[in-house]
Design a protein around this ligand. Structure first.
Ligand SMILES: [Fe+2]
Length: 352
């Protein structure tokens, strides 16, 4: 219900107007001065204030100024016997919404009140609609955020599952994918890429050898030298990984980087013999990480070659086989930051 405050120091005017309003269905309060009205308004704001202008101690104009400072929505109607243009202009300047000349006629008065009450109701309705819309938007955002989080966690668990599958088949390279992924993420961060990008590279690293599950495990774990045919079979793993991941709902670069992780900048790699810019940046990072990790780890057919040998390999082939900036970042990481190979499970990011 619209709440109205009638302010006039003349008791007969106050009570007459109040009776008009109550009979018309409004909730009405009266104030015998602007000072009292100010206190009442501060205690509980009104939708409409009908006020006289000339009153002792505090004028209707001062009351309007006070109301406007605190409440831009309240409708203010002024009434006075002084019908000069100057008074009306002054009243509108401080924010009056209407002007009533005394003596006030019931019909005109209720019409003016009705117009302003409709404005009040429309504004209230709009605020309510806005609030509901805001609430709906927030609800929608929360739902989307929750679903995205669930999807992201579900995809992350698939990445970890895929990583485990390779490890079960090829226990001799236990932890290799995690170490490559973690090193690749550290190199990315060293190259000042974002955390999201670095965590995405880590995720690709964790599954980069997924194609090895098509290679017979006797070959993967065979001690001593492997023959040409066996080597060709092992080499198939990057293309196989690509073929497998193509059917998985993951960003396209995951499958591509998996296929490219044995390519070399000079075209000497496999399976496609790609060169330089044909190779994704994330692949360049994985290539260096894979080589360094592999050389520092023990293999069934050879002992670990050591970090120094690995770093010599990448610096000797900087800008020929390996991306120069990736090589620089990797060397800095080990030499300056004393990076240690890390096979723990790190944070991964899968762009959705
Ligand atoms: Fe590989």
């Amino acid at each position: 219900m619209t709440r109205i405050l009638v302010v006039d120091d003349e008791p007969s005017i106050r009570s007459t107007l109040s009776i008009f309003l109550v009979n018309a269905g409004y909730q009405v309060d009266e104030a015998e001065s602007a000072v009292v009205a100010k206190k009442m308004f501060d205690a509980e704001p009104y939708d409409i204030v009908v006020t006289d202008i000339v009153m002792p101690k505090m004028s209707g104009i001062a009351l309007m100024e006070h109301i406007r400072k605190n409440d831009s929505q309240c409708r203010i109607l002024i009434m006075t016997g002084d019908a000069s243009i100057e008074t009306a202009t002054k009243a509108v300047k401080v924010g009056a919404n209407g002007y009533l000349n005394k003596p006030i006629l019931k019909g005109d008065f209720l019409l003016e009140i009705d117009i302003n009450a409709k404005v009040v109701e429309a504004k209230k309705q709009k605020r309510l609609d806005d609030l509901q819309q805001e609430e709906y938007r927030r609800l929608l955002e929360n739902t989307v955020a929750t679903r995205t989080e669930t999807l992201s966690r579900s995809m992350a668990s698939i990445i970890h599952l895929l990583a485990d599958v390779v490890e079960y088949r090829d226990p001799y390279t236990s932890g290799h994918q995690r170490r490559v992924g973690n090193l690749a993420a550290a190199i990315s961060m060293k190259m000042n890429f974002t955390k999201e990008f670095s965590n995405m590279v880590r995720a690709i690293g964790y599954i980069h050898d997924i194609g090895k599950i098509v290679v017979p495990s006797e070959i993967l774990s065979k001690p001593g030298r492997i023959n040409q045919i066996e080597y060709k079979l092992i080499q198939m793993h990057s293309q196989s990984g690509f073929d497998m991941l193509q059917h998985v709902i993951l960003p396209e670069n995951f499958a591509i980087a998996v296929r490219q992780h044995h390519e070399r900048m000079d075209g000497s790699g496999y399976p496609l013999g790609l060169k330089d810019h044909e190779i994704l940046l994330e692949s360049h990072i994985l290539i260096v990480s894979d080589v360094v990790e592999a050389m520092t780890s023990h293999r069934p057919y050879r002992p670990a070659l050591g970090l120094n040998k690995a770093l010599e390999e990448i610096s000797a082939n900087r800008n020929t086989k390996y991306h120069p900036e990736v090589v620089d970042a990797c060397i800095e990481l080990f030499r300056d930051d004393r990076y240690f190979m890390d096979d723990s499970l790190g944070e991964i990011h899968i762009p959705l």
